[in-house]
Every structure is written in structure tokens, then in C-alpha cells.
Design a protein around this ligand. Structure first.
Ligand code: PHE
Length: 454
């Protein structure tokens, strides 16, 4: 496969749904609502929005500039834009972090398939919290079933990516991403019409500044990074398939708005129901696989809502996992001159294996621990706290300091065809040069405990 006829998105809408699909994922559904509620509701949302607009949107611009300018995979992009520079580490790090995240993300993707299947059986709906917790932990610690579900999830991801950009990723995300919004709105309407829903809305939106902690700022930034799929070459890779005439500033903004809107909608779909049934809010796997089934069990037509919810979870996960697999596939195709099918095969066999290890680390291999964590948690921790912020840091330094200012402007204005206010461009550059590197470093060093500011 050569570069002279490189695949790309066929339409603006196609690019946007792919980007939004990549950004909207498990992070929006199981982490954002909980973080918001526990960090002062509306107060946290204000901070989150400020970070997203002032810091993360410029980081996204930076990734767009790298990807669209180079029209290349993450590794090739840096090689093209700055041959022989230390920034080639962006390429290496991106591939490494992508494989790390995809390994456990695909396992969770498998869990969503299991719960879609379970939604058809009445077992899931008879149980109390303790029993649901046991069902969940028995399932994820079993040796075979969760590993098989991971392989099914990964197989579906691979099939979509094997189709290419226009005839694979774009074709599927065109209906999957809009479907996410449709289903979440149905769930939202059900949730806010439950008696006692106001309590949940209050938990989410009432701005309680006294509940803001110093760590809330770090949580907001870290969550924004992960949720917007920044710092791992995802946006760089997708941007490389975006038409040269497109307005990448608008596209970045649309992606950010879609992701944030979905996170808020997810919060409104989940928290009022949680409060209406008097259960306490949780986050992560226990929210979606234990707390929510407990609610579905008590809801009229709960089985149907359960099915819809796990479909949303599955779709959100798969549109993100295809973006991750694509990062690796683009790299293998272009750097090793292999066909797309071969690249998909090699990368998914690799992730099949590392994912199985992650899955087993919840059960059979749980005694194998590094830094007091099983493999699943270790991958999760290392990617979120170290590799993603490091990737983001390198990206902003690269665009802020290494690329020529006029080239950055040229790309942001699509070759001068879409004018950009000079003051805004100047501010973006200041953010990329100074503010973002500083903010990201603080978050990262604090996250891994090397400094203790908060
Ligand atoms: N943004 C996705 C989420 O919120 C996760 C993700 C991270 C996807 C990085 C792709 C790349 O779940």
C-alpha cells in the first residue's frame, strides 16, 4: 500500500462521526457523571468546560495540525515533519499506549457483549446488589467466557477496520455514532420522568463550590484528556484522513462539543435513576455492571432499558476501539508496506493475546502483581497516568516549539483559505508553548506521586 492513493474520509459528516465516535466511549458513560457529582456538580462542569476550551481544544488543534499536514500515520507523521528529531518518540509512545489501552478496553468491550446477552435472560433482573456484584465478579474472573467475549469484540473491531477508512470506519460510524445519541436520549427521558429524579439532577448540576477540592482540577484535566482521546495519536491518525480543504478548527470544536454533550446526556440518563431508586452513585465497572442492573430490575420494562443501555455501552466502546486499532494498522501498513488486511491481522492477534492476559489477570492470574496491581489495573494506571499525559506533553511541545509557526498557521487556516484571527492564533501558540506543557506536567507528576501539590 503506497501513499499516492491514500484512503480518506469520503465526507465531512463521515469524518465528524468517526471523530465523535472515537471520543465518546466508556469514559463518558462511567466516569464523567460520577466525577461531576462528587466534585461539586455544576462547579466541576464549569472547570471541566474551561479546561476543555482553553487547554484541550488547542491540544486537539495541535494533533490535527500534525495529522493533516503529514497525511501519515503517527510514526510517519513525525518522521515527515521533523526527520531525525527526538520527537519520533511521539510515534513510538502512541503505538505503545494504544496497544496498552486497547488490551483492557477490548476486555471491557467483551463484558458489554456479555451483558447484552444477559439482558435477554431474566437472571440479571432478580437480584440484589450483593448478588449482582457476585454475578459480575464471577463472570470477569472466569477463565474462558470473558476471554471469548473479548475475542468477539476484538474480532468485530478488526472486521470494521479491515474495510478501510471510507468503506469500513466511516461506513459503520455513520450509523453507530448517531445511534448513541438516539438511545441515550431515550434512556434520559425514562430517567428524568422517574419520581425522585430531581435528587439526581441536583447531584449533577447544583454548583456546590465548597465540594471542589484541589484534586478536582486534576480530575477534570485527566478526564478531558482521556475522554477526547488525546495524547495517543488517535486524533493525529484520523486527522490524516481529513480532506485538505476542511476547516480543522471547526472539526476540533465539533468533536469536543459532541463528546461533552454526550457526557452530560449520559449523566442525565444515569444519575436521576440512581437517586430515584435510592442507591448510592458509583463509577466504573461497578456502576454499569452492578448498580445499574439493580435499577433495571426494579424498573417497569427494565429488561428493555437494560438492553438499550448495554447496547449504548457496546457501541460507545467499539467506535473507540476501532479508532485505536486504526492507529496501529495505519502504522504497520505504511511503515512496513504491508496490506491493510495483514496489518489488521497482526495487530489484532497481538491484542487478542495481551487482552487475554488482562482478562485472566482478573481471575486465574490475579496473584501475578506488579506495583501491587494486576495486569489489567497496571495497564489502566500506566496508560492514564503516565503514557497519555506524556504523549500529550510531547505533542504540544512539538507543535509549539519544533514546527515552524507559519506552517502551523498554514495548516490551521487550510493553506490560508480559512482566515484565523491573529490574536486567537497567538493565544493558541502561547497555550501550546507554555501553558499546556506546564499544566500537563503538573497533572502527570502529581498523578504518579512525584510531586504532591494537591
Ligand atoms: N475517549 C475514549 C473514552 O472516553 C477512550 C479513548 C482514548 C479512545 C483514547 C481512543 C483513544 O472512553
Amino acid at each position: 500500500m503506497t501513499n499516492n492513493k491514500r484512503d480518506g474520509f469520503g465526507s465531512r459528516f463521515g469524518a465528524l462521526v468517526a471523530l465523535a465516535g472515537a471520543a465518546i466511549g466508556l469514559g463518558n458513560l462511567w466516569r464523567f457523571p460520577y466525577l461531576v457529582g462528587n466534585n461539586g456538580g455544576g462547579a466541576f462542569i464549569i472547570i471541566y468546560l474551561a479546561f476543555v476550551i482553553l487547554l484541550l481544544l488547542p491540544v486537539m488543534y495541535a494533533e490535527f495540525v500534525i495529522g493533516r499536514r503529514s497525511q501519515s500515520n503517527v510514526f510517519g507523521a513525525i518522521k515527515k515533519l521533523a526527520p531525525k528529531s527526538v520527537f519520533i518518540s511521539i510515534g513510538i509512545l502512541s503505538i505503545a499506549v494504544t496497544l496498552t489501552i486497547l488490551s483492557f478496553y477490548s476486555v471491557v468491550g467483551g463484558w458489554t457483549i456479555e451483558y447484552i446477552v444477559q439482558s435477554f435472560s431474566s437472571d440479571l433482573f432478580k437480584q440484589d446488589n450483593g448478588a449482582l456484584g457476585a454475578t459480575f465478579s464471577n463472570f470477569i474472573s472466569a477463565p474462558v467466557r470473558p476471554a471469548v467475549m473479548h475475542l468477539v469484540f476484538l474480532g468485530l473491531t478488526a472486521l470494521i477496520v479491515a474495510g478501510g477508512i471510507k468503506d469500513g470506519i466511516e461506513k459503520y460510524t455513520k450509523f453507530l455514532t448517531p445511534m448513541l445519541f438516539v438511545i441515550i436520549v431515550i434512556l434520559l427521558v425514562r430517567s428524568i420522568t422517574l419520581p425522585g429524579a430531581e435528587e439526581g439532577l441536583r447531584f449533577l448540576f447544583y454548583p456546590d463550590f465548597s465540594k471542589l477540592k484541589a484534586s478536582s482540577f486534576l480530575d477534570a484535566l485527566g478526564q478531558g484528556f482521556f475522554s477526547l482521546s488525546l495524547g495517543m495519536g488517535c486524533i493525529i491518525t484520523y486527522a490524516s484522513y481529513v480532506n485538505k480543504r476542511e476547516n480543522i478548527r471547526k472539526m476540533s470544536l465539533t468533536t469536543v462539543v459532541a463528546d461533552t454533550l454526550f457526557a452530560v446526556l449520559a449523566g442525565i440518563a444515569i444519575m436521576p435513576a440512581v437517586f430515584a431508586f435510592g442507591v448510592s452513585p458509583t463509577s466504573g465497572p461497578s456502576l454499569v455492571f452492578i448498580t445499574l442492573p439493580q435499577i433495571f430490575a426494579q424498573l417497569p420494562f427494565g429488561q428493555m432499558f437494560s438492553l438499550l443501555f448495554f447496547i449504548v455501552l457496546f457501541v460507545a466502546a467499539i467506535t473507540s476501539s476501532i479508532s485505536m486499532l486504526e492507529i496501529v494498522v495505519a502504522y504497520i501498513c505504511e511503515e512496513f508496506k504491508l496490506s491493510r488486511k495483514a496489518a489488521v491481522l497482526y495487530s489484532s492477534v497481538f491484542v487478542a493475546f495481551t487482552g487475554i492476559l488482562c482478562s485472566l489477570s482478573e481471575g486465574a492470574f490475579s496473584s501475578f502483581r506488579l506495583f501491587d496491581k494486576n495486569l489489567f489495573d497496571l495497564f489502566d494506571y500506566a496508560s492514564n497516568n503516565i503514557m497519555l499525559p506524556l504523549g500529550g506533553l510531547l505533542v504540544v511541545l512539538f507543535v509549539g516549539w519544533k514546527l515552524k509557526r507559519k506552517d502551523v498557521l498554514d495548516e490551521m487556516t487550510s493553506g490560508g483559505t480559512i482566515p484565523m484571527n491573529r490574536a486567537i492564533f497567538g493565544s493558541v501558540m502561547i497555550i501550546l508553548k507554555f501553558i499546556a506543557p506546564l499544566a500537563i506536567s503538573i497533572v502527570m507528576l502529581n498523578g504518579i506521586g512525584l510531586i504532591k501539590i494537591f
